[in-house]
Write a protein of this length. Structure first.
Length: 305
């Protein structure tokens, strides 16, 4: 069976009833396995992860979008994270047996249906992008919900699907296909946002830092901390431990400690294996040395016979 993962980010991280209603739309689809729900009140955003066969993932993505468009009003939305849509971004990720080409086709089909059924303009991004400047989600999102009524009228920012009219409460949406991505945040023991901004600038690839890292700085007001929030778009080429160590070193320049880090959503086991191998200086490490992995392999061999 081919498996595809979807990781929609919705612009609601505080209202539990709304989040649960949106998640329930995924649970109602037979064959779609809900894997994770990660709400963040500071960012006012929730990352939802589900997976399954192509048809089930497509249906769950559409039902989730319908419910989010119904319940989320961006005109009343405030949060630390940039956003432009009720469902801000919807990426499809190839897992077991699936190809990137299949996810690109799925993204384009779902994007067209969203524009037609919910009247939300859709931009295709990452591997599904129709133009080079739309591969980077940050380029599309720039201006956010409040700036999009003007942006969408610019010749180069006509949506890939839908009219040049921003949905009054649900905004616009990015739909795409990409490899596995790790959303990774490092929290700093200071409330000085300027320090976090300087560290984020040093870390992000676009300003000369780590090639496969995107980084922003946020204030976690309730905790009295600031955060360097990163997306690792290729964890094999820029692993977790390298991003963490660079943030830690840059923070030390300002006399600021790292007080913790967090993964948003799910993370590939391989990425944690790489961090363990690095920090423990493990010699001759192999994934087969992990008990659970070897057990799964052995049980699979038993079932095959």
């Amino acid at each position: 069976m081919k498996l595809i993962e979807a990781v929609p980010n919705i612009s609601e991280g505080r209202d539990r009833e709304k989040i649960e209603a949106i998640v329930a739309a995924v649970r109602a689809v037979r064959g779609a396995a809900l894997l994770d729900v990660d709400p963040d009140p500071d960012h006012n955003r929730t990352v939802i992860t589900f997976a399954g066969p192509l048809e089930a993932v497509e249906e769950a993505a559409l039902r989730l979008t319908a419910k989010a468009v119904e319940l989320i009003d961006l005109s009343n939305h405030r949060g630390e994270h940039p956003r432009m849509g009720a469902v801000d971004v919807l990426p499809f990720v190839p897992l077991r047996g699936a190809t990137m080409a299949e996810c690109v086709e799925l993204a384009r089909r779902v994007g067209q249906r969203i524009s037609e059924e919910f009247k939300v303009p859709v931009y295709l991004y990452a591997e599904a992008a129709t133009r080079p400047e739309r591969q980077d989600l940050a380029n599309i999102r720039r201006g956010e919900f409040e700036g999009f009524p003007a942006k969408i009228q610019e010749p180069e920012w006509a949506p890939d699907f839908g009219e040049r009219r921003v949905h009054p409460t649900a905004g616009v949406m990015a739909v795409g296909a990409r490899p596995p991505l790790i959303a990774y945040n490092v929290n700093l023991g200071t409330n000085d946002l300027e320090v976090a901004k300087r560290i984020a600038q040093a870390v992000r690839g676009s300003s000369g830092g780590l090639r496969y890292v995107k980084a922003l700085a946020f204030e976690l007001e309730e905790r009295g901390l600031v955060q360097v929030s990163m997306n690792l778009v290729d964890y094999r080429k820029t692993p977790l431990h390298r991003a963490f160590e660079l943030v830690k070193r840059e923070a030390a320049r300002y006399g600021v400690p790292v007080v913790g880090s967090e993964i948003v959503g799910l993370v590939p086991q391989e990425a944690l294996n790489m961090a363990a191998e690095y920090y423990l200086q493990l010699e001759h490490f192999r994934s087969e040395m992990i008990l659970e992995e070897r057990l799964a392999q052995a049980l699979g061999e038993v079932e095959a016979h």
